[in-house]
Design a protein around this ligand. Structure first.
Ligand code: ACO
Length: 335
């Protein structure tokens, strides 16, 4: 069964409420209707009601089951403004400024809905850059209890050579932290294992990648990855991992036997942690384009509730799928 079929089934079971703040976009309106008809979540769409109804009429779709919140005059503006000002008081935000942000940027209103428990999760980004969506998540929802680092993974579903590499691998972090420290790399590894388990029921086998395998090269950048491995050891994490390993040794058994025969993870890793955002972002796009893998995500991990980001070039199905994955992630976070 494909990753998507499984995710849609799980999403139907958990029935989460997902807010979509970009309701003036035709793709979002169409996706909301499809989300209802597939039953993968309960969508709340923010935007101009008239515009949404016009889009629905033009496209011949029904908005039955889609909750619409008018962003010009949103019902909870005052309580949300007060809470947002309280959350950002250390940055000097006043209630007036909070009100202005909530009216101007629907990502903030949507994130406040999640913060206040009026929605379980948010999916945005069809019209805003990644950083804007992430900032709303970081500033409003904040990190999960006991978590310091917000990061992300892509679910990479292979369409060939699955017998060698498995059906699904996770790649992290491909979209949040430009230059992670050793501590952050260790956090990304831990969070990715949690996402693998809670979203796809996969037991993580982690490889912290770099351009050296067990001492084959020395460089300060390699030291950062070695140190991340030491931190994971000190934390006594309950998943198998190997640090300071090249990508081929991480996933190809014959290379692993040659380069690091002592490692129990080398050759069979299913979670690849990249040393920085440049490597991660380039890496997932190359595998997607050259190997024809399906890339789902980025799934933002470490926030108190999921806020996930769409690409601005997303299709209606991309939105529906990310909402289904986000719903499963939201339910998994509550366990
Ligand atoms: N984990 C935990 N907390 C964080 C993180 C993080 N990764 N990043 C920022 N914070 C904290 C900040 O310290 C700040 O805390 P404070 O309010 O107590 O001071 C709070 O979150 C709010 O952060 P901001 O200052 O608003 O945001 P910042 O300027 O730090 O930027 C951002 C964060 C937006 C994630 C930035 O690192 C970024 O732009 N990353 C790259 C995003 C991107 O463009 N990705 C590539 C495209 S995605 C793709 O192709 C799939």
């Amino acid at each position: 069964m494909s990753f998507l079929v499984k995710i849609r089934e799980k999403a139907r079971e958990v029935q989460q409420t997902v807010v979509l703040p970009e309701g003036d976009d035709e793709r979002v309106v169409t996706a909301a209707a499809k989300i209802v008809s597939l039953g993968v979540a309960k969508p709340i769409v923010l935007g101009n009601r008239e515009t949404m109804e016009r889009i629905a009429t033009d496209l011949g779709i029904s908005l039955k089951g889609v909750e619409v919140i008018e962003t010009k005059n949103p019902p909870k503006l005052e309580p949300y403004a007060e809470k947002l000002a309280e959350l950002r008081a250390k940055k000097g935000m006043t209630v007036e400024q909070a009100r202005e942000i909530l009216l101007k940027d629907p990502n903030f209103y949507g994130a406040m809905m999640v913060k206040m428990g009026d929605a379980d999760a948010m999916v945005s980004g069809s019209n805003s850059p990644t950083a804007n969506v992430l900032r709303a998540g970081l500033q409003v929802v904040g990190t999960r209890k006991g978590i310091k680092t917000v990061s992300s993974v892509f679910v990479m579903e292979l369409t060939e050579r699955q017998e060698t590499y498995g059906d699904v691998l996770l790649f992290g972090d491909c979209s949040v932290i430009p230059v992670p420290t050793s501590e952050q790399l260790a956090d990304i590894a831990e969070a990715s294992v949690h996402t693998a388990q809670s979203v796809i029921g996969m037991q993580g086998r982690v490889a912290l990648l770099t351009f050296s395998t067990k001492g084959s090269a020395s460089h300060p950048d390699v030291d950062v990855v070695i140190e991340a491995g030491k931190i994971l050891e000190e934390r006594h994490v309950n998943f198998p991992f190997t640090a300071e390993i090249q990508a081929d040794a991480a996933i190809v058994k014959s290379v692993a036997r040659k380069k690091c025969p002592e490692s129990k993870v080398a050759g069979t890793a299913n979670i690849l942690i990249f040393p920085n955002l440049a490597a991660g972002n380039i890496g997932y796009k190359l595998v997607q384009r050259l190997a024809g893998a399906n890339a789902y995500g980025p799934l933002i991990q470490g926030l108190a509730a999921p806020i996930n980001d769409l690409s601005r070039g997303c299709s209606v199905d991309d939105i529906v799928n990310l909402v289904a994955i986000t719903a499963v992630q939201a339910a998994g976070n509550k366990k």
